[in-house]
Ligand binder design. Structure first.
Ligand code: TRP
Length: 380
């Protein structure tokens, strides 16, 4: 199946690139993933003890593969696990941590463990990045991951180049099921792609089967991820049966837009994203310069009101502020002209800075305990 989604609306989503204005409905249809329904949301709410994570409430997590089967297992009290990951090639920005915050909620609500893969090998293979650099970022990015609040028993960290022994035996079995032609087609590789990049997908797939090996018991994973990662997991589901593993399930998140209005924050353009390690002054400057749905002048804004539905700043409220009453107040005050963009941006700034300060403080503490999170500390 083709990964590149390019049609009249002209957007493209691949594991390496997102371009254009994404139509998520079309994208879901094109990838062959299902949209999350109201009744599934209700079911999750019930199973979670009456509360739904705000990223579900607001439709950030919007599509899935096989979610129903995980919900069934929760209902029956059967074992499952979470899996997600990160290609460590740069400093983290706010967009990266959305699935991690959601995963933390799942860990807490369902008493489930998260397997997390740092693909330093991938970034070495597909980017122009020395292996040592990618590995350094793996450690750095892990600090922010831990800072989300995971306890050591909730999070098992895998660094590909160091923890390969957990994956290799699974990966070569996966590799044997995948032809060169399938991998080329799925990821858009060509004859000049290096063979490391061609083999790499087996390692991202392998982690989906690892919990079943480690627990010696059928343990399907649920994978919270950006929808751009779907090609890997489509293949994983294809080969699962043949290898005697349960099919991995996925739940996909929309992208957080760049402050400048593009579809996705991008690490390669620092001005478009808020980094976890940006100092307060930089964060303020970026937010104050963000694209809004406001009127050209204060007077017009007071008279006509703004348009939160196309406003990046409002989108950030939705993505990072849990408090529904505040978020809907922002929406209404914007529409009515009560709130002008400058004031609104300052309110957002306060919230983002609080979040970042907390993460940065916890990152410092994480430095001393990182070892406790590593898979090698917990599984032999
Ligand atoms: N390939 C992903 C990236 O470039 C990293 C990754 C590995 C991942 N395993 C994953 C992402 C599982 C989501 C889910 O960022």
């Amino acid at each position: 199946m083709e990964t590149r989604t390019q049609d009249t609306a002209s957007f493209e989503v691949t594991p390496w690139e997102v371009r254009g204005k994404v139509d998520y409905r079309k994208l879901a249809e094109h990838f062959g993933v299902k949209l999350i329904t109201e009744s599934e949301l209700e079911q999750i709410r019930k199973l979670a003890g009456g509360e739904l994570h705000y990223l579900l409430r607001r439709g950030f997590f919007f599509a899935h593969r096989g979610l129903d089967s995980i919900l069934q297992r929760i209902e029956k009290g059967q074992r499952w696990a979470l899996y997600t990951g990160r290609g460590p090639s740069a400093d983290l920005h706010l967009g990266h941590i959305l699935p991690w915050m959601f995963a933390k909620w799942l860990c807490d609500r369902f008493g489930v463990e998260l397997f997390f893969e740092m693909t330093d090998d991938e970034k070495f293979l597909v980017r122009d990045l020395p292996l040592e650099e990618a590995n350094k970022y793996a450690y750095d990015n892990a600090l922010t991951l831990i800072a989300i609040g995971f306890k050591p028993e909730q999070l098992h960290l895998i660094i590909d180049t160091e923890d390969i022994k957990y994956l290799y035996r699974i990966a070569i079995r996966v590799a044997k099921c995948l032809t060169l032609s399938t991998v080329k087609h799925t990821f858009g590789f060509t004859d000049s792609t290096n063979v490391g990049a061609v083999f790499f997908p087996t390692l991202q797939i392998a982690v989906a089967f690892l919990p079943t090996e480690l627990y010696r018991e059928e343990t399907p994973v649920l994978i919270p991820a950006g929808i751009d990662q779907d090609p890997y997991f489509r293949l994983a589901r294809d080969v699962a049966d043949r290898l005697g593993y349960p099919k991995p399930c996925t739940i996909y998140c929309k992208f957080v837009p760049a402050l400048t209005g593009e579809e996705k924050m991008s690490s390669s353009r620092p001005e478009t994203a808020i980094y976890i390690l940006d100092d307060d002054k930089t964060v303020k400057k970026k937010i104050m310069n963000a694209l809004t749905g406001g009127q050209p002048t204060k007077e017009l804004q007071r008279k006509l009101g703004g348009n939160p539905d196309v406003c990046v700043v409002y989108r950030y409220f939705q993505a990072y502020v849990d408090d529904d009453s505040l978020v809907s107040k922002i929406y209404n005050d914007c529409k009515s002209g009560n709130l002008i963009c400058g004031e609104c941006k300052l309110i957002l700034y306060e919230h983002i800075v609080r979040l970042l300060q907390e993460l940065r403080e916890r990152r410092e503490k994480a430095k001393d305990v990182l070892e406790y999170y590593r898979i090698s500390t917990k599984f032999r």
